[in-house]
Design a protein around this ligand. Structure first.
Ligand SMILES: C[S@@+](CC[C@H](N)C(=O)[O-])C[C@H]1O[C@@H](n2cnc3c(N)ncnc32)[C@H](O)[C@@H]1O
Length: 198
């Protein structure tokens, strides 16, 4: 099953979500495919060029940054962060913003490449990235590939309870960057207050 269909089938359809936010939505393909299942699907994208690429010409596409989401607190039933986290230096910030705009108990679905390897593999990966950036431009140099453990910690520090984690794709060797899917639930504010006191 293709990735977007997997996300829609297993996490979006039959959930009766009123408001879903897709952070770093790119050209908006996931929202186009999911629109039959969600009352209000909102894309948030940093690149105006990618916002313009939406072939369906939807109006629910917002120009903005994941680091300062232009939405009120406790607004969304679900937040999707698909292949956007590694573009963002401040991982804490994206999770704390996602937690802020989600309702208590809301769903956060993260799909992203993760680094799996030892510190020598890290150095080899740095060389591969450098080589790729010479051919394709420097954007890749700004990407941050976190380990599954680092992502779990950031999510949990920012009010999420991890419900499920799965490696989706393991590319051909050297495969330091398989894709992970993390399903997390925003803890209720009362649970977070209890933890702070305890
Ligand atoms: C690899 S693309 C993924 C697009 C889409 N989510 C998908 O899965 O096809 C990463 C996207 O994140 C966007 N992005 C990068 N930094 C961002 C930020 N700080 N706030 C919002 N979007 C950001 C990029 O412009 C790009 O569209």
């Amino acid at each position: 099953m293709a990735l977007n269909e997997n996300i829609i089938e297993n996490h979006i359809a039959r959930r009766d979500f009123d408001y879903v936010l897709d952070i770093g939505s790119g050209s908006g393909q996931l929202g186009i495919q999911a629109q039959a299942h969600v009352t209000n699907w909102i894309d948030l994208e940093l690149s105006i060029d990618l916002l313009r690429e939406d072939r369906a010409r939807r109006l629910n596409r917002v120009l903005g940054s994941a680091e300062i989401l232009p939405f009120p607190a406790s607004f969304f039933d679900a937040v999707i962060i698909k292949f956007a986290l590694h573009h963002i230096q401040d991982g804490q910030r994206i999770f704390s913003e996602a937690a802020r705009v989600l309702k208590d108990g809301g769903l956060c679905l993260l799909v992203d490449p993760v680094f799996v390897g030892n510190r020598f593999d890290r150095v080899k990966l740095a060389f591969l990235i450098l080589k790729a950036s010479i051919r394709q431009g420097a954007a890749e140099l700004r990407c941050v590939y976190r380990t599954p453990d680092e992502i779990r910690k950031i999510a949990s520090l920012n009010g999420f309870e991890i419900q499920k984690e799965a490696i989706l794709q393991t590319p051909a060797p050297p495969n330091y960057l398989p894709t992970t899917m993390l399903v997390a639930r925003r803890r209720h504010s009362s649970e977070c207050r209890q933890e702070t006191r305890g």
